[in-house]
Design a protein around this ligand. Structure first.
Ligand SMILES: Cc1cc2nc3c(=O)[nH]c(=O)nc-3n(C[C@H](O)[C@H](O)[C@H](O)COP(=O)(O)OP(=O)(O)OC[C@H]3O[C@@H](n4cnc5c(N)ncnc54)[C@H](O)[C@@H]3O)c2cc1C
Length: 379
């Protein structure tokens, strides 16, 4: 058993920052949603819908040009519908298109969240959602709009822009009926697929967290969580590689972030962080706190907010047993000032990261003698 002060001595005792002893290694699902809100889901879907609306302009333009119509015709027709007959009708048309898309995105987002039918933090689900959404928008919204509002206005606009009679324009549209229906369906599927992929990507990256209540680990992807359940809690659990990070300061947190990024989907790696503080302190701004420019809470961040793929123990590290690859930690149960009991745990590891910071060196002067010396100098 090696005590901490021996490790300090062994690795250079005055400013030990990080010693990274690490090398790269390589159905009963409880869906627990943590840190996920209706507002966030709706926002992701709306972003996906707006991007989809912009992308769908490409097939739409190809469709119209293929029919021998000017590419701006529909936008002008949209502008005319809201009573704008100047050249600004094109801008009005595109604005209406985007506003309609945002409204559709809000409706789809609320529906997705409230119904809970599909979990879009899985890319394939996002794709399915997109295809269903694109088809629904085409059938429920676009076909009636096209039939009763858009086509009459397009005929009217064609007669003005292309100098033809309204009968000729109507004949041109009806002769291309099948082409328009198929083309519009494809256009809306492009919209839906883009919406699904973008909203799914955003959800994976910034959205949901799925916490395993047994191992206290959360995942940002539902498929990682399911893989974890299957492989770690299944009938024949896999032997995980355990990485133990000691210290929640600059070193420890940065190592944690990088490891989580590298092993986000690799559930065969178990990451644990231990620190006596449950917060990360941004020391460079400590002087601003002492001079009253900012508050203490502005420079502390809870360690748990960094642990989206790791366990966290708020505990003291008592000793490290390098031989047996285990660390003894203790934590108070109850109030820290008046602990009811101290509990100790042994954490086993395969790879150890030491990031316990450094000790201030007063060069054998204790702090009180330094104050005296300072005072004497100024006397
Ligand atoms: C006022 C001030 C201003 C600074 N400004 C700058 C700057 O502008 N730029 C710069 O580069 N550096 C600056 N530094 C230095 C910088 O803060 C340190 O270099 C950095 O914090 C070292 O990071 P670390 O992870 O090694 O250790 P630390 O950040 O000290 O983290 C160590 C962690 O380990 C935990 N720990 C230690 N022992 C135990 C134990 N036995 N059990 C459980 N947990 C334990 C601690 O609670 C802590 O969370 C400043 C320091 C101070 C004090």
């Amino acid at each position: 058993m090696v005590c901490l002060h021996e490790i300090w001595r062994e690795f250079g005792n005055k400013h030990l920052s990080i010693l990274l002893l690490l090398s790269r290694m390589q159905n009963d699902v409880r869906l627990i949603r943590v840190d996920f809100s209706l507002r966030r889901e709706v926002f992701f879907v709306v972003v996906g819908a707006v991007v989809g609306a912009l992308i769908m302009i490409i097939p739409k333009t190809i469709l119209e040009v293929g029919m021998g119509l000017p590419y701006y015709l529909t936008w002008i027709a949209f502008g005319h519908i809201v009573g704008i007959y100047s050249p600004a009708s094109i801008i009005a048309g595109i604005t209406i298109h985007i506003l309609t898309t945002i409204s559709i995105g809000i409706i789809l987002g609320i529906f997705l969240y409230k119904s809970g039918i599909l979990n879009i933090s899985k890319l394939s689900n996002g794709l399915i959602f997109g295809l269903i959404a694109g088809s629904a928008v085409f059938i429920v919204f676009f076909i009636p709009l096209q039939q009763f509002v858009l086509v009459p206005e397009i005929v009217h606009t064609m007669s003005k822009v292309m100098f033809m009679s309204q009968q000729e324009a109507a004949r041109h549209i009806s002769s291309n009926f099948l082409y328009i229906v198929v083309g519009s369906a494809v256009t809306h599927l492009v919209f839906g697929v883009t919406l699904g992929i973008i909203s799914s990507f955003l959800s994976i990256k910034f959205g949901s967290r799925y916490r395993c209540s047994i191992h206290d680990i959360s995942f940002s992807r539902i498929d990682s969580y399911q893989k974890h359940e299957e492989l770690v809690q299944g009938k024949t659990p896999i032997q995980q590689k355990r990485i133990l990070i000691l210290g929640g300061g600059f070193g420890g947190i940065e190592v944690l972030r990088q490891l989580q990024k590298a092993f986000q989907d690799d559930v065969s790696v178990d990451i644990t962080l231990v620190s006596r503080d449950n917060f990360f302190l941004f020391t460079p701004m400590l002087p601003e706190v002492s001079s009253g420019m900012i508050e203490t809470r502005h420079i502390v961040t809870p360690v748990r907010t960094f642990c989206n793929r790791a366990k966290f123990y708020e505990a003291n590290i008592e000793s490290v047993d390098l031989e047996n690859k285990q660390v003894l930690i203790t934590h108070a149960v109850g109030k820290e000032t008046d602990p009811i009991a101290w509990r100790s745990h042994v954490l086993k590891y395969d790879y150890l990261v030491l990031a316990l910071g450094g000790e201030t060196n007063f060069f054998w002067n204790d702090s009180s003698s330094q104050v005296r010396f300072h005072d004497e100098k100024h006397r």
